[in-house]
Ligand binder design. Structure first.
Ligand code: PNS
Length: 163
């Protein structure tokens, strides 16, 4: 059983590609959202959970959950042996290596597995999607259509508020 942890604020097609790959590799995959309010997320954990559920329901062995505290403790509580993370470019490597080695130091029995998403998604990040969308750029094809619709609704709400 594996855990795919992250902020998913919001889920992108890069994340989704990794979930699909992970669902083929592991018997069970839990996609788990970090509950961290200090990051000032655009979407609440509940909204992010809904968005994830809308797109992962097609994979019977994929579940959605959230966690706080240490990731390795959460993984241990769920008897997970693998932490799944995606690497896009070499720039991701340093941060991911630090986390993987720290997690290994904390719990040597849990292994971090890195996977590469489709190269078509190698430039996508939740942060850039939010920035481009907020400035009126086209993000279709970068996030699932249900997420795009939610971003649309969020933006029109903000505009109404500002008016
Ligand atoms: O998608 P992100 O924001 O890059 O995911 C980062 C995440 C959630 C994997 C990382 O921040 C995390 O594991 N946080 C939980 C707290 C923890 O265990 N910290 C020590 C990591 S070495």
């Amino acid at each position: 059983m594996a855990i795919y942890p992250g902020s998913f604020d919001p889920i992108t097609n890069g994340h989704l590609d990794l979930i699909q790959r992970g669902s083929r590799l592991f018997d069970r995959l839990i996609v788990s959202i970090l509950r961290n309010e200090t990051k000032e997320p655009l979407f609440s954990v509940e909204e992010r959970t809904e968005m994830l559920l809308e797109v992962v329901h097609v994979y019977p062995n994929v579940e959605v959950d959230s966690f706080d505290g240490l990731l390795v403790d959460y993984a241990t509580e769920h008897s997970a042996t693998v932490l799944l993370r995606g690497i896009r470019a070499i720039s991701d490597y340093e941060y991911e290596l630090q986390m993987a080695l720290m997690n290994r130091r904390l719990r040597p029995e849990i292994e971090t597995v890195f996977m590469m998403s489709n190269e078509a998604y190698s430039f996508i990040s939740s942060r850039l999607v939010k920035e481009v969308f907020g400035l009126g750029g086209n993000i279709s094809g970068l996030v699932p259509p249900s997420v795009e619709a939610r971003l649309d609704r969020r933006l029109s709400k903000t505009k109404l508020k500002g008016a």
